[in-house]
Design a binder for this molecule. Sequence first.
Ligand code: HPA
Length: 241
Amino acid sequence: MTLAIIGGTGFDQLESMEKTRTHKMNTVWGRPSDCIYEGLLGSRKILFLRRHGGKRKYPPHKINYRANIAALEILGATSVIGTAAVGGIGIDVGRILIPDQLIDYTHSRESTFFEGGLGPLEHIDFTHPYNDELRKKIIRAAQNKSIKVIASGTYGVTQGPRLETASEIQRLAKDGCNIVGMTGMPEAALAKEKGMPYATIAVIVNPAAGLTNTELVLSDMLSVLSESGKTCAKILKAMED
Ligand code: HPA
């Protein structure tokens, strides 16, 4: 298996990845967010791509998700894991959650490879947006390292780049969302269209809007990630083939 990792906010490099090659890619969908690093994590070959590009160049709604997934496919990725910094809806800051469901609240994003003209139309089955086998591998790896993760939950994907209102979060909570972030879609659907097993490791970096009395500021979120990012890397390194 060649594992591709799409690093989200605060996950600009993969601790202990030994880089062997750098790929500058172009696809029929345009250029991915950044160059793609090939290398070794332990003995496993991996590909690593920063979702937002260098210096957080692309906000969530401007990311070329199609080019990212297409470029990883061209380079031979057989599974994709995206990391995500998210807000917690009733889940404590610092915890890690491996979602098994999502609700898509985004709009106006290029969200499919089935554009007509470039191949036959298909309506993919998206009942289970995340690959269960890959999710279980992540959960097992965490257990082997005695890292506690929440093994399921629903990721509400919002448009951003602004954070939500308190009422929007109440609505997401009623809908059954446990975490909220901005980049889970269309990434998951595009990977599914390509037949690539996909999973997400979500790090809760703040209580979602209205669930705390303090203002939500990016620098606080990033400081949570400096520790939790390392924990994610440990989990990824411990994954079995
Ligand atoms: N909402 C949406 N996206 C986020 C949040 C949040 O509270 N925290 C980190 N990414």
